[in-house]
Design a binder for this molecule. Structure first.
Ligand code: XBP
Ligand code: MG
Length: 243
């Protein structure tokens, strides 16, 4: 089966967004409403076990501030907090302080040059994806991706495979002709759950996670070219490919 499309995760894969992007944005949202919550780097690393910003707030409250969830308006408050967090995160993106990870822009260009289709499967809010792409790759970049699956589009977030099934359906491709690139154990569980051969690029938050079943685990894409992706993909099906 030839490789026809690359499906990129966003947070931790296209850009290292969690520690210096999403986390301070959450804290800014909490401070804005006078909520005495503060997520330091270590605590946030633990909270990343739960994907989805709203889900992460709810998870934190359940453990550290159960009274918050007893409020009949707690769901509305979580939605407001998350909207404020997204506003702060978008401002950080617009500032240019969150670049793409090493090798990402070059690999995207190589894929486009060689006619490989591109897609995105992420848990994060759609506006975060379009802003990250526009700020780092220009206003046309979003159109380079045939399918962008993000946020609350699907009932279950990673590690459930739903978002990958959603993307594959719209690509109208079998998983066997695609390769996913992820950064976390939750992401790998989701992509493998959709039978996608998967390459991992770790971050400081995910380097110690279990990546059993991945084709390869790399520190980033700085030394990875399209030929490497073809070889990795072929290796998933016991083939050897010289590109
Ligand atoms: C990782 C996530 C996201 C972000 C926060 O996404 O779990 O929820 O941490 O983004 P990915 P939102 O699948 O790209 O690794 O607050 O917008 O949910
Ligand atoms: Mg990720």
């Amino acid at each position: 089966m030839d490789l026809a499309a690359i499906i990129f995760d966003v947070d931790g894969t296209l850009a290292d967004t969690e520690r210096d992007g999403h986390r301070p944005a959450f804290n800014a949202a909490f401070a804005e409403v006078g909520l005495g919550w503060q997520w330091d780097e270590s605590l946030y690393g633990n909270l990343l076990a739960v994907t989805g910003g709203k889900e992460r707030i709810r998870h934190y409250a359940a453990i550290h501030d159960p009274g918050f969830l007893l409020d009949p308006d707690s769901e509305a408050r979580i939605a407001c907090l998350h909207a404020a967090k997204t506003r702060h995160f978008l401002a950080l993106l617009e500032s240019g302080d969150i670049p793409l990870r090493p090798g990402v822009a070059r690999l995207i260009a190589e894929c486009r040059d060689q006619g490989l289709r591109l897609a995105i499967a992420t848990t994060t809010t759609p506006e975060n994806v379009s802003t990250l792409l526009r700020v780092n790759l220009g206003p046309a970049a979003e159109n380079w991706f045939d399918v962008i699956g993000a946020g609350d589009l699907v009932p279950a977030k990673k590690p459930a495979p739903d978002i990958y099934h959603w993307v594959l359906q719209r690509l109208a491709l079998p998983a066997s002709s695609c390769l996913a690139i992820e950064d976390s154990g939750n992401g790998l569980a989701a992509s493998l759950g959709a039978a996608l051969p998967t390459l991992i690029t770790t971050t400081a938050y995910t380097a110690d996670q279990d990546f059993n079943g991945a084709l390869a685990v790399l520190p980033d894409l700085a030394a990875t070219g399209l030929g490497d992706l073809h070889r990795l993909h072929a290796s998933a099906y016991g083939q050897h490919k010289q590109q």
